[in-house]
Design a protein around this ligand. Structure first.
Ligand SMILES: *Cc1c(COP(=O)(O)O)cnc(C)c1O
Length: 247
């Protein structure tokens, strides 16, 4: 294991750090509660703990928090082995098909949010069947901004329907909804609808109408989660505002 990774696995935290983290968390929650939102919408706050030590996660865990998001397969695998088994892990990082089988070995992997191909869905279904564990909730990542360097399916992709229909027959993975990472510019324009969130919400409406779903939307990070909530987010992924900046 790389030294940086071993460093991330230390578990002891100070009371001061726990107080700081929990205060950041409750502050974030209060802003989430206060944000205007579509009637009846519930919002789950995912604490994005990538590159932060397991001790930070344990500090929040000991305050009753369970939803955490990670971006790197190796780091998530290592942390999940050290930390309590009732954590609900969300994988939100760049995903290669050949890494799906490493993720399915995490019995308490709760969701995979960066799924963008039928091939990856098939890998998840096949290897989860072998490994056992909770049903993995799949979010399809949509490249709503059309930026070339962003991964995700185009909202017009024909593969979308194929994937959604495939997931309906699966036993070990299930369709949960759509995920996007808004473009930097869109998330830093004040006082308007964010076009990435509008695009995701429109795609949700199409899919829900066609299949009778109630797709969930994962959108919004530290810089734009209140706007995302107003535009219909069900999951927000917040790192910096809770844990502080990353190296
Ligand atoms: C890192 C990351 C986040 C959290 O970002 P912050 O700006 O630190 O809140 C959310 N979503 C994804 C996909 C990320 O990679």
């Amino acid at each position: 294991m790389k030294p940086q990774l071993i460093q991330l696995l230390k578990m002891a935290y100070t009371a001061e750090r726990q107080t700081e983290l929990f205060s950041n968390y409750t502050h974030t929650l209060s802003l989430i509660d206060a944000a205007p939102k579509p009637l009846g919408n519930q919002v789950e706050l995912i604490c994005v703990s990538k590159l932060k030590p397991a001790s930070d996660i344990k500090a929040l865990y000991d305050k009753g928090i369970r939803h955490f998001g990670e971006n790197y397969v190796q780091e998530l695998v290592a942390k999940s082995k050290e930390l309590p088994q009732d954590i609900k892990w969300h994988f939100i990082g760049g995903l290669q098909t050949n890494k799906c089988k490493d993720l399915t070995k995490i019995p308490n992997l709760w969701s995979a949010q960066t799924v963008d191909s039928l091939k990856k869905c098939k890998k998840f279904e096949e290897s989860r069947a072998k490994d056992g564990g909770d049903t993995i909730k799949v979010f399809l990542q949509i490249n709503t901004s059309g930026e070339e360097q962003k991964s995700g399916l185009s909202p017009q992709s024909e593969e979308l329907a194929e994937i959604v229909e495939y997931l309906q027959q699966c036993k070990h993975v299930e369709y949960e909804g759509l995920m996007t990472i808004g473009s930097f510019d869109h998330s830093h324009t004040e006082g308007e609808e964010n076009p990435d969130f509008t695009a995701l919400s429109n795609l949700k409406k199409q899919l829900d109408a066609k299949y009778g779903f109630q797709s969930k939307l994962s959108m919004g990070m530290s810089s734009d989660y209140e706007q995302a909530i107003t535009q219909g987010a069900n999951y927000v992924r917040v790192g910096t505002d809770i844990f502080g900046s990353r190296n």
